[in-house]
Design a protein around this ligand. Structure first.
Ligand code: PLP
Length: 401
């Protein structure tokens, strides 16, 4: 290694997660290969709906190409967000002081953690996790502490376990519901218990609700900030990337008390100054325009989920129908080999990509799971199942439940 590579700051070096290695090994096998069904990334296959794209073009033509002032976000967008929060999430906020428009939920997570976490602080999070959460805690100088999501508990939060992880250094808990990577949804009664626990122990709650619209079978999405116990201690983060297929636009938002938003605004201004102006106009059109596009995409995801779960179980994977997001976290112990080995076989021989659970966990059971993102159309999901079937038939333990 050159001295310049060695001399970089530890905080930056820590961002090179060893977990990425597992995914990189799988992806290397499909490099340059034609016709791969890539169910690795959480990237919707849909294009951003037309009326949103048109609003962005109009914004450009009308000259909205300047810095957005005030830097917390376009005023009409913050008003539209506050109406959405009240109508859909039961969260009542003052749009003037309690909303910050960010460069995606990704920025919101890091802004919130940088605003709250001191070196030595601990942040509790469910494991398996979205890789950004532990890295964000470390970037802020804190230590991630994990609470395991167990398959026997349908990957829901175990609030008793959270309680057992609290120490004098616990600053916050961050969780994702609907969940990535397991597809679980945390029920209202668990969140009520969590809210009371955190209020009593003076612990902040950070919620990533980016998958709130991707929810199936009539399952309820509960925003913890709507529960009185959590109101003043919660930073709720929402996005456009998944619900409106807007991953490339880089826009999302967070909601919290005016006091917390003031501090986070300082971090946000330091990092990006303001969120992209055109993307904010597009986000406004997304919220104010017709919502049937969201429902159409949701129904499409639901059909794919049903097909995928049924097919995987037939092939010897074990999984229930996950009630949220667009991931299936399937148990592969029936194949008698670690998930990373199976993932490589599937990538090479079936040209199908799923990610091993070891990329998402600090625990020792990551090699028991393979995550598939059903972000490809239904024909591709069927094709992936056909191809995987041919490959697992040839495996020594293939097909065993
Ligand atoms: N949070 C979770 C749980 C995600 O899965 C992702 C992207 O995959 C993000 C946040 C990033 O969201 P955004 O595109 O709004 O930055």
């Amino acid at each position: 290694m050159t001295w310049t590579a060695e001399a970089v700051a530890t905080r930056a070096r820590n961002l090179r997660s060893p977990k990425f290695g597992v995914i990189a090994e799988v992806r290397k096998l499909i490099q340059g290969v034609e016709g791969v069904v890539d169910m690795g990334y959480g990237e919707p296959n849909f294009n951003t709906p037309e009326h949103i794209r048109e609003a962005a073009k109009r914004a450009m033509d009308e000259g909205h190409t300047h810095y957005v002032l005030p830097t917390e976000g376009l005023e009409p967008l913050r008003h539209a967000i506050s109406r959405k929060l009240q109508a859909e999430n039961g969260i009542v906020v003052d749009p003037a002081t309690q909303i910050l428009v960010t460069a995606g939920v990704q920025e919101a997570i890091n802004v919130a953690l940088l605003a709250l976490v001191n070196p030595g602080d601990e942040v509790i999070m469910p494991d398996p996790y979205y890789y950004v959460d532990p890295l964000g805690v470390m970037l802020a100088g804190g230590t991630p502490v994990y609470t395991h999501l167990r398959e026997e508990n349908d990957f829901r939060l175990d609030v008793d376990d959270v309680k057992s992880k609290i120490t004098a250094n616990t600053k916050a808990i961050i969780y994702i519901s609907p969940n990535c990577p397991t597809g679980s949804v945390f029920p209202r009664e668990d969140l009520q218990t969590l809210a009371e626990l955190c209020a009593e122990r003076r612990i902040f709650i950070l919620t990533d609700e980016i998958y709130e619209k991707l929810i199936y079978d009539g399952t309820e999405h509960c925003s913890i900030a709507s529960l009185p116990a959590a109101q003043d201690i919660t930073i709720s983060m929402f996005g456009f990337s998944k619900a409106y297929a807007m991953t490339g636009w880089r826009v999302g938002f967070l909601v919290a008390s005016a006091e917390l938003v003031r501090t986070m605004l300082e971090v946000h201004t330091q990092l990006v100054l303001c969120t992209n102006s055109i993307a904010q106009h597009a986000a406004l059109a997304a919220l104010e325009g017709p919502q049937d596009c969201v429902e159409e995409m949701r129904r499409d995801y639901e059909t794919r989920r049903n097909t995928l779960v049924e097919g995987l179980n037939r092939l010897g994977f074990k999984c229930k129908r996950p009630p949220g997001s667009f991931y299936v976290y399937s148990n592969v112990t029936g194949f008698g080999m670690p998930a990373s080995q199976l993932a490589k076989i599937l990538a090479k021989d079936a040209r199908v990509v799923g990610y091993p659970g070891s990329a998402f966990t600090n625990g020792d059971d990551g090699e028991n799971y393979l995550r598939f993102a059903y972000t490809k159309d239904i024909d591709s999901v069927r094709l992936a199942l056909e191809r995987m079937e041919k490959v697992v038939e040839t495996l020594p333990k293939g097909g065993e439940a």
